[in-house]
Design a protein. Structure first.
Lengths: 113, 114
């Protein structure tokens, strides 16, 4: 089955700086890679996703890059704000909709004001 | 956008009793629903996958007789934790897929067994 590794486990940045979180996956058949933000006591919220036919996607301050050859994808958050502080999870799956997502271990992002 | 409603958000029960958690897709038909369990400061671990009208598929190590999943309609799936024990205390999260909406997650249920 799929295995997703995520680094770092914790990340502390100053407000306004950029944050980068990296994930690698094992199953070359995986074709959908979402990123979720989870706040304490809440369910995960999708912040951005990318499919295997695209190398990069951007939505305002958030971007995701995908390298299929190396089997890794990264989340980039620019101009971080204190409200970006949360736990971020990457995930992967090979059969969008019918197969469950496999999650990374999570990154706790702390944005210092 | 797609919305998944999960209830209750918090529940405390006595050891040995059963607890039912509901997961509803409000504005789309959920052909597949997933149930996850999350322990403090850990990732989401898949418990089972259910398709409407068929039996759930459980992940290795998850007791199907303890965690009963019913996906009787395209908008409702339930997870019943039977004979709950303190070690079942956790955060349970459902996710639903259907149509063009990808994976939508519920808000989670914090189960505490005392």
């Amino acid at each position: 089955g799929e295995n997703v590794e995520q680094h770092p486990s914790t990340l502390s940045v100053q407000e306004g700086d950029s944050a980068v979180i990296k994930c690698t996956y094992s199953d070359s058949a995986s074709n959908y890679f979402p990123w979720y933000k989870q706040e304490l006591g809440k369910g995960p919220q999708l912040i951005i996703d990318i499919r295997s036919n695209v190398g990069e996607k951007k939505d305002q301050r958030i971007a995701v890059t995908l390298n299929k050859t190396a089997k890794h994808f990264s989340l980039h958050i620019t101009e971080t704000q204190p409200e970006d502080s949360a736990v971020y999870f990457c995930a992967a799956t090979s059969d969008t909709g019918r197969r469950a997502l496999t999650f990374g271990s999570g990154t706790r992002l702390q944005v210092q004001p | 956008g797609a919305v998944v409603s999960q209830h209750p958000s918090r529940v405390i029960c006595k050891s040995g009793t059963s607890v039912k958690i509901e997961c509803r897709s409000l504005d789309f038909q959920a052909t597949t629903m997933f149930w996850y369990r999350q322990f403090p400061k850990q990732s989401l671990m898949l418990m089972a996958t259910s398709n409407e009208g068929s039996k759930a598929t459980y992940e290795q190590g998850v007791e199907k007789d303890k965690f009963l999943i019913n996906h009787a309609s395209l908008t409702l799936s339930t997870l019943t934790v039977t004979s709950a024990h303190p070690e079942d205390s956790s955060f349970y999260i459902c996710s639903a897929t259907g149509g063009l909406y990808g994976y939508t997650f519920g808000s989670g249920t914090r189960l505490t067994v005392v």
